[in-house]
Design a protein around this ligand. Structure first.
Ligand code: ADP
Ligand code: ZN
Ligand code: ZN
Length: 709
């Protein structure tokens, strides 16, 4: 009898496809990769079933079996099925998200060693005239003493610089080393948390570690990790994209040596190396961003999610998974402990604590003994703004600079000005593909859309009336930087946002200066809030806190509060107490007031009661059905049709236009589904998940959305 196998193929269709195994070929194991013909292409798929019931009567033969055995352990095969079900996503595409690229391309799954460079123990040669080589050494130092050639080059250094340093004996190629740094004694709070983890019996135990900024959560993770390693277990640490800096990695490597990394900047082979080392049990620790949650492990013993509230854990396209939620799922399936850490826990996690599902540990003081920064609201009603800054705010900055302090200026808007308009006829620069204004970028002389990426040169005359009286209104980081430079010409000043992050060299130099503690100003977007550690900041200035609290999204106040607390936490980590000044035109805003007066815990408690009264998550469960098309009528009509087919034990709101209806020439609509329990929600989605959309309409299902815009 001919043998037939069912294959998950990476296409947006829900079902598996049947193929015949040629007589010359051993049948593939479930979980092995095969090459198959599909329509007019050849694709790599995963075998999901041998000899399926109701198999296709006349299947095409498969072309090649790529693996002798399953490439995934059983727990991950089960996870893939669960993902397809929970997120209502085609199984073939789930595998495409879950597997490393090299595996999807059908490449052999073999570790290929990359070159590793480390500082040698020899005395440093004289590099006084080789500035870049000196910088390279400093880079290695910050990375924990070693880095891959690839990472070194990605940081802006050349192979010639590496070769020159190797010739001088300052660096040498090496295997990764075990460094065995001595841990500091724990604070009382830290010791209590660690003792809590030690005292737990084996099995699933979810924990929320809530620790104020600077309370030393990382040290708690490191101790818990050490305990797991001692038992021969492996550890997975998930961190937000922006926080996976060389410094973060260095902290783990200094303590425990071999630590694998996984993030979006790796090559296919590097990612595959890390993936295989974890799967086959050679790696002890993996620290990675969102997608690292899909890594197979031979003997995983602990999962840590740092900054668990961070929005980057949610994937915002295709398979819209939450890595934080999947971490919980994996820990439960494997029966292992889990630590979710944050200074500003998500309302979902706080809800889980109050329902008794998670245990809660609190680190209420900074590990270094430094006091928490004092928070102040600066009422700027009636004050003129210069390049976004009020006179009183500028005076506070001056006071700190004069006394040798460093100031962090936070403004969550890049570019020069968000509005560019004509004084004579009222014309405004707008994106021709989105319902959005163009942002003026003065340095590059471009008008850019921050939503779709479209750009054009700055017009000197109004395209509507020809007037030359064009005006930039409002301030982004570029403009505020210019204002600060004019006001404080002698202070060193660096800007950190997506525009400056492109020029590595200037940024590295600026960071080095600030790192040495010289007085100065850093201005930037939320990139500043995390990742980089600046111990000498004495003041944080928040230029515009209002926008976030006014947004139409129900999650915006939560996110804004988290961001404010995180930036505020950059102040006063060392000996001098920190001050935070928040400029606002709405000093009476209740959310802001509560945050300042009662702290994040008070804010979060109240915000949860608002959500409860409004019938929104985390009190209830939500999914969005999003549809888009070039013309507005079609997606709205399609969603209305879906709504009519939904069972009536769940609430369906809409269809309504998305907050910005037109984005990149697509008109977007959404239908919001809400239910008290998960069962009805998922049954409802299942009832419509396979309804075919009309031509030209794309649609997707977003379970537990990160925003409802
Ligand atoms: P968090 O992640 O909670 O904001 P970190 O883990 O970055 O805090 O720690 C803040 C600072 O406190 C770091 O400089 C760290 O080295 C220091 N630190 C942590 N634990 C201790 C300790 N037990 N004793 C002394 N310093 C500590
Ligand atoms: Zn005009
Ligand atoms: Zn646009």
């Amino acid at each position: 009898m001919m043998s037939v196998v069912r294959i998950a193929v990476p296409v947006p269709l829900p079902q598996g496809f049947d193929y015949a195994v040629p007589a010359t070929c051993l049948p593939p194991a479930v979980g092995a990769r095969v090459r198959v013909p599909f329509r007019h292409r050849t694709l790599v798929g995963i075998c999901i079933e041998a000899d399926p019931k109701n198999a296709h009567a006349d299947p095409k033969p498969l072309l090649e079996v790529l693996d002798e055995r399953s490439i995934l352990p059983a727990d991950l095969q089960r996870l893939a099925l669960w993902l397809a079900d929970y997120y209502h996503h085609p199984l073939g595409e789930v595998f495409a998200t879950l597997l490393p690229n090299a595996a999807l391309k059908g490449l052999p799954l073999r570790v290929r060693e990359e070159e590793i460079w480390r500082r040698s123990d020899k005395a440093a040669p004289d590099l006084s005239r080789a500035e870049r080589q000196r910088a390279l050494l400093a880079f290695l130092e910050r990375s924990g003493g070693w880095a891959s050639g690839k990472a070194i080059r990605a940081a802006g250094f050349t192979s010639a610089m590496i070769a020159a340093l190797a010739r001088k004996g300052a660096i040498e190629p090496d295997e990764r080393r075990f460094d065995g740094e001595r841990p500091p004694p724990l604070t009382a709070d830290q010791a209590a948390a660690v003792a809590h983890y030690r005292g737990r019996p084996a099995g699933f135990s979810p924990n929320l570690l809530e620790g104020v900024t600077g309370s030393g959560k990382t040290e708690v993770y490191l101790r818990a990790i050490g305990d797991a390693l001692k038992c021969g277990r492996q550890v997975l640490v998930l961190v937000p994209e922006i926080a996976l800096t060389p410094q973060t990695l260095a902290r783990f490597r200094r303590r425990y040596g071999a630590t694998e990394v996984m993030h979006s900047g790796l090559s296919d082979q590097e990612r595959l190396n890390a993936w295989l080392r974890c799967r086959d049990g050679q790696a002890r620790i993996l620290i990675g961003t969102r997608s690292a949650v899909f890594t197979p492990f031979r003997r995983l013993g602990l999962i840590v999610v740092d900054e668990e509230h961070d929005a980057s854990f949610k994937q915002q396209d295709r398979l819209r998974y939450s890595a934080r939620d999947l971490a919980v799922k994996r820990a439960r399936d494997l029966g292992i402990p889990l630590i979710l850490g944050s200074a500003t826990p998500s309302l979902e996690s706080l809800e889980n604590v109050s329902r008794g599902r998670y245990r809660h540990q609190l680190l209420s003081q900074r590990a270094t003994g430094a006091p928490m920064p004092s928070m102040h609201v600066l009422d700027i009603r009636g004050h003129p703004l210069r390049e976004g800054l009020s006179q009183p705010l500028t005076e506070h900055i001056e006071r700190h600079l004069d006394t040798g302090g460093q100031v962090l200026v936070f403004l969550n808007r890049r570019g020069y000005a968000p509005v560019y308009l004509c004084r004579d006829c009222g014309w405004q620069a707008a994106c021709s593909h989105c319902d959005a204004r163009l942002t003026l970028h003065q340095g590059r002389r471009r008008l850019a859309c921050h939503h779709c990426g479209a750009e054009r040169p700055v017009t000197e005359a109004c395209p509507s009336c020809g007037s030359a009286r064009l005006l930039a209104v409002g301030a982004g980081t570029e403009r505020t930087e210019a204002g600060l430079r004019e006001r404080f010409p002698d202070a060193s000043l660096i800007r950190i946002d997506r525009d400056t992050a492109r020029s590595h060299r200037r940024l590295e130099e600026g960071l080095a200066k600030i790192g040495r503690g010289e007085p100065g100003i850093m201005i930037g977007t939320q990139m500043l809030a995390k990742g980089h550690d600046f111990p000498n900041i004495t003041m944080v200035a928040v230029v515009n806190a209002d926008a976030g609290f006014l947004s139409a999204d129900f999650k915006a106040p939560e996110r804004t509060a988290q961001l404010l607390i995180q930036v505020a936490g950059r102040a006063g980590r060392a000996s001098r107490p920190g001050e935070v000044w928040i400029q606002t035109l709405q000093p009476g805003n209740p959310a802001l007031r509560r945050l300042i007066e009662e702290g994040y815990a008070g804010f979060a408690h109240h915000e949860r009661s608002i959500r409860r009264r409004a019938g929104l998550p985390p009190a209830r469960h939500m999914a969005l059905l999003r549809a888009a098309a070039a013309k507005p009528a079609a997606p709205a009509a399609f969603l209305a049709k879906l709504k009519a087919q939904l069972p009536n034990d769940l609430e369906a709101l809409g269809p309504a236009p998305a907050h910005m209806q037109r984005l990149a020439d697509q008109h977007r609509f959404q239908l919001m589904l809400l239910a008290d329990r998960r069962g009805p929600l998922h049954r409802g989605i299942r009832a419509v998940a396979n309804v075919p959309a009309p031509r030209g309409v794309r649609w997707e299902i977003d379970v537990d959305p990160a925003d409802a815009l």
